[in-house]
Design a protein around this ligand. Sequence first.
Ligand code: SAH
Ligand code: ZN
Ligand code: ZN
Ligand code: ZN
Ligand code: ZN
Length: 479
Amino acid sequence: MSDRLTSAGCGVEVCLTSEAPAPHCPHGPTLLFERYIRGAPSGEKFYACSACRDRKECSFYLRYGEKMSEARQEAWANITAASQPTYTHKQFCKRLVEFRALPMSKRRFCESCSLLLLPAEWEEHSQHRVLQTVTLDQLTRPTHLLHPRENKKTNAQYLFSEKTLQFFLSQVQQLGYDRVLCVGVPRLHETIQSQRAARLSQLDSLLLDIDHRHAQFYSEEHFCHYNMFNHHFFDGGSASDACLQFLHRNHGTGIVMVTDPPFGGLVEVLCHCMKKLFSLWKEGLPDSCQETEIPTLWIFPYFMEQRIVDCLPSFRMLDYKVEYENHPLYQEGPKSKKRGSPVRIFTNLPTDRVVLPQKEGYRFCDLCRRYVAPENRHCQKCNCCTSKDGRTYVHCDLCQKCVKPAWSHCESCRRCEPRDHVCSQTQHLGGCYICGHPEHKRRECPQRFSEERYSGAERKSGKRKRKREGNNEAAQPAK
Ligand code: SAH
Ligand code: ZN
Ligand code: ZN
Ligand code: ZN
Ligand code: ZN
């Protein structure tokens, strides 16, 4: 891992190479982090939760090399036990059969508990908010029934707009795939499953998601309670077997993965786990097959491009703007940002195969061999279509690259900067306050929350930071 310091002089890196088995928290194996402090290359190492960026949600913390006392081990075992879903997946499946057999007037859903209720349980939930009828159609669309989790730090769930949903659906069909591994994309999964149930399409899918509320709607063949930050199957062998079978169906051919992880997730960690899925898939391929990666569409913000390509060099960013229904800033319309959603698709497919909708203005660039956004322009000097953030970038001869249109070349910084930047600061700090990335600022940094969580007290706060932020373009809300 590279040594990335924040400008405040400290930072946190995840160590993915450690051989020692990591202790478990309720979210499966924890990750080993290392704190960096300026001037001290190797700081303190500690284990913390892979999935929760909010200490309030999962406070697991163990110094590397320290042994956990038996009392603490027991306390964590109790916390883990208490965090288990009320029913096992098998029990949920049985309940679903019973539930479906009920007349509509007896099919109720407790919104407070996110639970389909059987008549014997009504009493228990009488003080809760209960939906009095559930249609069979609603049962096939759980994301419309469940309230999206809104915890900004860990579990915020942003559901695709109808337009984006249809785009992904037609994409996987046009590309000729017969099944989709849906990692953190419940709305795509349910759309595929409901079309399949209605015999409108043969397309199949498997949902891997940390939100166990989905277990009550799907069989074990169609849902695994899974953590994509540590490749952990909560239900053990039977769940990972179901996933393997899905990966290896038809000798591994015909599968595509679509994933929309929380934007605060560490790219290195997501890639690490994605590679584990790739190698599981690879095991089922005939020896003659040279492929090493599942064809993948990974949805993530444009400013993470460099990090993604560093980890997965076969991936390219596409111009398509991914829109969400419950996130006003990520949509078109009056409340949105002028340049539209900052969320893009990263793919290891040949870029010319992913056709972006012409009626939304996307067109094919012959030189780049990919579909580009209407505002994008092919720069002769860079020899590619260079716009990234939804505006048309302009070429700077001094920087020898295209830059954001609102930037201008600064003599003292010797590079293009926002017009109102304060030279001395950018010169010293450069780029993101947290990860050092030149393309985004602290408030846009997807690592912001992990940083706050793991190094909170040590971070410098106060005027200087705020002043810098004043120079920023509108911050991206964290997903
Ligand atoms: N746009 C998608 C939803 C994306 S929201 C859609 O419309 O279907 C992010 C999704 O990732 C949520 O479903 C959330 O439950 C899931 N998720 C969050 N953290 C996760 C983790 N650690 N492992 C697996 N899934 C996770
Ligand atoms: Zn945890
Ligand atoms: Zn081009
Ligand atoms: Zn250029
Ligand atoms: Zn310049």
